[in-house]
Write a protein that binds this ligand. Structure first.
Ligand code: CP
Length: 317
């Protein structure tokens, strides 16, 4: 694997899931693979799970991870080519990415969307500038439109729990939130579930929250949440801001929050969320603290997803 930005970089999603589950059984089996190799982890935005799980994964492969909070500790980056840099930006990504490419064998980056300019966000301008200038493989720690390490984790989490001889019904439901959030997690979840190909996939959200069809392609869209949840085996809960009315909150209906009453429609579904989650806004306490929630083991699986991805890139260096 040459980079990890989306499913397009992965030869086989089911195989990558298997590799991750092999690491879960035996975390240190490839501790020599990353010996004398460094992973640069560049954060333009906050993180708990992605930051820590990727460091643990790198260490289990024998790599040295180095974290740089570039938004707080680095020079302010200029991302546009050909500009006269007489404003607030001090260093161009051309130099910054190229220099970091000299120090690290693999460069991992987190860069959220601005949610102001749809075209700028959906062309993945920031991460693409790093890919263009770094000269080493780039791993997304969440970009403007996708969060592939999270989605690989989510597929792993469903795969390891599903033993029945039929496809699970997987429902991704929008839920309310007080802030305008990116579409990266739901876009990515849709892309990965589609690429996985082992689920009956339904997406439910209020009208106006349709995601980019390039990612949802193939999924059934159902505007009635109760109807969508019928017989669900997994319920993936997430808020996102509008793609159509870009970056806006156009619905605040608290009845979309996931409660035990909502789960009565399901096949005793397991409830997933990428975290962090706002309790009693997105998901009720009774669900997060109850037997249906698998959000903690889901977050635990972030390590195996990161380890599978790093190992596949290391093998190609
Ligand atoms: N789910 C996730 O990516 O968590 P962090 O933002 O804390 O890394």
């Amino acid at each position: 694997m040459k980079q990890f930005i989306s499913t397009a970089d992965v030869p086989s999603v089911p195989r990558l899931v298997e590799i991750a589950l092999e690491y879960k059984k035996n975390p240190f089996k490839d501790r020599e693979l990353g010996k004398d190799k460094t992973l640069g982890m560049i954060f333009l935005n906050p993180s708990l799970r992605t930051r820590l799980s990727t460091q643990v994964a790198a260490k289990q492969l024998g790599m040295e991870p180095i974290v740089f909070n570039i938004d707080k500790e680095g020079w302010q980056l200029e991302m546009n080519d050909g500009v006269i840099m007489n404003g607030n930006t001090s260093e161009h990504v051309k130099e910054a990415a190229a220099v970091m490419g000299q120090y690290f064998d693999i460069l991992a980056i987190r860069t959220f969307p601005g949610l102001k300019n749809k075209e700028e966000d959906y062309t993945e301008k920031y991460i693409n500038q790093f890919i263009k200038y770094a000269g080493v493989p780039v791993v997304s720690l969440e970009s403007a439109t996708l969060h592939p390490l999270q989605s690989l984790t989510d597929v792993i989490t469903m795969k390891e729990r599903w033993q029945e001889n039929r496809k699970p019904k997987v429902v991704m439901t929008w839920a309310p939130h007080v802030k305008a959030l990116p579409q990266a997690v739901p876009n990515s979840f849709a892309q990965w579930v589609n690429a996985w190909g082992e689920a009956d996939f339904v997406i439910t959200h209020p009208e106006g929250y349709e995601l980019d069809e390039k990612f949802t392609n193939g999924a059934r869209i159902e505007y009635n949440q109760d109807e969508a949840l019928k017989d669900a085996d997994f319920v993936y809960v997430k808020n996102w801001s509008s793609y159509k009315d870009y970056g806006k909150i156009t619905c605040t209906d608290s009845s979309w929050m996931v409660t035990n009453d909502k789960l009565k429609h399901t096949n005793n579904a397991k409830v997933m969320h990428c975290l962090p989650v706002r309790r009693n806004v997105v998901i009720a306490d009774e669900v997060l603290d109850g037997p249906n929630s698998i959000v903690i083991p889901e977050a635990g699986n972030r390590v195996w997803a990161a380890q599978a991805v790093l190992s596949e890139i290391l093998k190609g260096l």
